[in-house]
Design a protein around this ligand. Sequence first.
Ligand code: PNS
Length: 165
Amino acid sequence: MSERIAIYPGSFDPITAGHCNIVERSLGVFDKVVVAVLNHPSKRAMFSAEERVDLIQRVFEGEARVTVESFGGLLVDYVDKRGSTSVIRGLRAVQDFEYEFQMTMMNRRLAPHIDTYFMMTDAEYFYISSRTVKEVASLGGDITGTVPTLVAAAVASKLAEGEGS
Ligand code: PNS
């Protein structure tokens, strides 16, 4: 049987403990997971696409079945290029559903051979998002446990850089 490769796309600005939980769960179902970081130059981000890729690579350093790349353009074109037909997305609360539903149906219209699979994180990660992590950190709050330790350090040094400029 050929290898089952899942593409896990997102902004990952930065990767959170919830994202990591989804990657780990996906490894239980797929042979390989490609974490695909959206490279969107016009989108305001804390970390550049290269920095986000580097952080995620470091988080999954010991896991040979996880690859990290950045992509631009349409997700479905990237999934085709990567030789996959499976996209993974995480679902937290009900409010995620409408956006995910729209994206999935649009992607299906563009590429009916590609399926999107939804996973739920462990309950302890339900409320975590990259946006709230950045907000809490920028206001001096403690983000320990919401992101991997090396990501928390990277957020802290990014904020310190900003203060210095
Ligand atoms: O982490 P995010 O920001 O919710 O991830 C969104 C992402 C990267 C999955 C989505 O914006 C995307 O796939 N962008 C690529 C462009 C694309 O294919 N758009 C059509 C989907 S409706």
